[in-house]
Ligand binder design. Structure first.
Ligand code: FAD
Ligand code: MG
Ligand code: MG
Ligand code: MG
Ligand code: MG
Length: 555
């Protein structure tokens, strides 16, 4: 199975075919999983590993509970408490899989092979690379942070993606405080050192800003009281509001809370570039240019593409995309036998309008050219199942919007008082299309996709794999047990911790809760979601420790 890049080709082929013979004995298909994050681990935990020959490849041998990563930057939670070794997870779930700590550097779609590189910096330097062959490939490598090609970002900004990023940020904050306390430092330099800038007003940027504020005001200023007047936290956001994917009430509350606490919130700004010690941005509404000195800067804006994925996309004619396109069954488009889950992939938004005449025919059982309300409601139910991304909207609105439009249409076409012709039907459908949203890049989505895909793998037999979805736009609910429903995302709501023991929580269906009790809900939900009793204990212990003794402020 393992082919070393250093070996000559025939030899490599011999090894490859040897392993084929060996595998022929077990008769099991080879599944290679790339990534040990939310998507990859959820897939693995739910997969019946006795059915396949499973290998997993990732450059880190542990899983990270990312929602608590911002807490690591301030020491509210220790880095060790939110990671769990892959080998432990695998063993505790009784899975038979092989783990390789390596980075996938190339997906060779034509030969169904992934080329991996040992990242350990140990071992023989001439045999750093090896190849794995797969029958099925699950790509769950996550994403990088999008720099939008802004000058200086890679050189000068911190990112917040991995555990070591969070630890570096914490060290950097403390370095700024110590440097600013040295006797020879002039006021101007001191102010610069204690100017903390966060670019990006999404959930990660906002949560980090809140953590930073609490760290400084609850802990550091008690230890560095002489620096009280020099600290400044600035949040730079390109959109008009922070947390703009959340309910308006939450985003307003967050802005007001931050402003009250002295966090400078700059919305509607375009970053022009970052230099050592200063960031340039433009306030879009006034055109004013700002040069803001910083001691530390964190860049947290959206999803970027990993090089290995960019290369893979160019092989399978998915150029000019940020993430891999999959269908509703999570199969990567134009590449048989591969599946994409989590932040590195997204389900191709198929517009319902494209199928409008087909849908109309399907609904119009009497062939009258018009639909009754019953027929319409029935076909909408099928639409809901066929186009899973509509679900979020449909659940929220309970089809209200669509039915209102239906009522309008009926009012217009007076002679057909309770019926709908194809033009009105199209109008209703395009209203649905306009509400279609892509799934967010969250742990919630990645974990649900991993679980869904594992269940498909557990139930599919070899020959079904390549035709999981029947052709034709609407033949969704095949009768056989090998037919799968498309992936449906269940949105369970989202938290936004805002600091000062306050959090906001948005539930599906227009519910919002904000405040102290929500923070306690946050504690309990995040404790319960830990991957093991070990990390759960550690996290709860860290929180308790912080409440009694404050955060640790040593580097
Ligand atoms: P990841 O979890 O990022 O995993 C990617 C895996 O692929 C890693 O194991 C990585 O080592 C591996 N990998 C990378 N490159 C390669 C390669 N070349 N070859 C092989 N393996 C590779 N979501 C929420 O729902 N709620 C939250 O509160 C929340 N908070 C967040 C806070 C922070 C600070 C961050 C950064 C993210 C947060 N998210 C949250 C988002 C969530 O973490 C991601 O959506 C989720 O991790 C995506 O899962 P994934 O499996 O696609 O990628
Ligand atoms: Mg993953
Ligand atoms: Mg992860
Ligand atoms: Mg993020
Ligand atoms: Mg995705």
């Amino acid at each position: 199975l393992v082919v070393f890049a250093g070996e000559s080709k025939p030899q490599a082929q011999a090894i490859a075919s040897d392993s084929k013979v060996a595998k022929a004995g077990t008769g099991k298909k080879r599944v290679v999983v790339l990534g040990t994050g939310w998507g990859g681990m959820s897939f693995l935990k739910n997969l019946d590993s006795t059915l396949y020959d499973v290998s997993i490849v990732a450059p880190r041998n542990y899983f990270v509970f990312t929602p608590l990563l911002p807490s690591v930057t301030s020491g509210s939670v220790e880095a060790r408490s939110i990671i769990e070794p892959v080998r432990r997870i695998v063993r505790s779930k009784g899975k038979q899989v092989q783990f390789h700590e390596a980075e996938c550097i190339k997906i060779d779609a034509a030969n169904k092979t992934v080329v991996c590189r040992d990242v350990s910096q140990m071992g023989p330097s001439d045999k750093k690379e090896f190849a794995l062959q797969y029958d099925y490939l699950v790509v769950a490598v996550g994403a990088t942070t999008n720099t939008f090609d802004t000058k200086g970002v890679l050189e000068y900004c911190h990112f917040l993606k991995e555990v070591y990023d969070a630890e570096k940020i914490k060290k950097s904050i403390l370095t700024c405080f110590e440097s600013a306390s040295l006797p020879h430092v002039k006021e101007e330099v001191r102010k610069k050192l204690l100017s903390f800038v966060i670019v990006g007003g999404g959930p990660t940027g906002v949560e980090f800003a809140a953590e930073l504020h609490d760290f400084i005001h609850d802990d550091l200023l008690n230890l560095y009281p002489h620096l009280h007047n020099d600290v400044k936290i600035t949040l730079v956001q390109s959109g008009d509001h922070i947390l703009n994917t959340y309910d308006e009430r939450i985003s307003k509350y967050a802005e007001q809370k931050f402003t009250r606490e002295g966090i400078h919130v700059n919305t509607g700004c375009r970053v022009l570039g970052v230099q050592a010690g200063a960031i340039d941005f433009k306030i879009k509404s006034t055109g004013q240019l700002v040069n803001l000195p910083y001691g530390m800067i964190v860049w947290s804006t959206g999803i970027g593409t990993r090089p290995v994925i960019a290369d893979f996309m160019s092989q399978i004619e998915q150029n000019d995309r940020r993430v891999l396109a999959t269908d509703e069954w999570l199969r990567i488009k134009n590449c048989e036998g591969t599946f994409g889950i989590g932040d590195c992939a997204s389900i191709e938004q198929r517009r319902v309008v494209e199928d409008v005449s087909y849908l109309f025919q399907l609904a119009d059982k009497t062939n009258s050219g018009r639909l009754t309300i019953e027929e319409f409601v029935e076909v909408m139910e099928q639409v809901r199942q066929r186009y899973p991304q509509i679900n979020i909207y449909m659940e929220r609105q309970h089809m209200r919007g669509v039915l209102e439009l239906l009522a309008d249409a009926i009012k217009d076409g007076r002679q057909a008082s309770i019926q709908l012709d194809i033009d009105h039907f199209k109008q209703a459908i395009s209203k649905v299309d306009s509400q279609m949203k892509s799934m967010p890049a969250t742990a919630q989505v990645a974990a649900q996709q991993g679980e869904y895909l594992a269940h498909c793998f557990n139930h599919m037999t070899a020959e079904v794999a390549s035709h999981m979805a029947p052709e034709g736009p609407m033949r969704i609910r095949g009768k056989g047990r090998h037919r799968f429903q498309p992936f449906q995302y269940q949105h369970l709501g989202q938290f936004a911790p805002l600091g000062g023991e306050k959090a906001a929580y948005e539930l599906p269906g227009d519910w919002v809760s904000i405040g102290r009790s929500t923070q306690w809900l946050w504690y309990s939900v995040y404790a319960s979601k830990q991957v093991s009793w070990r990390t759960r204990t550690l996290v709860v212990f860290d929180w308790t420790k912080r409440m009694f003794f404050g955060r640790d402020s040593s580097r």
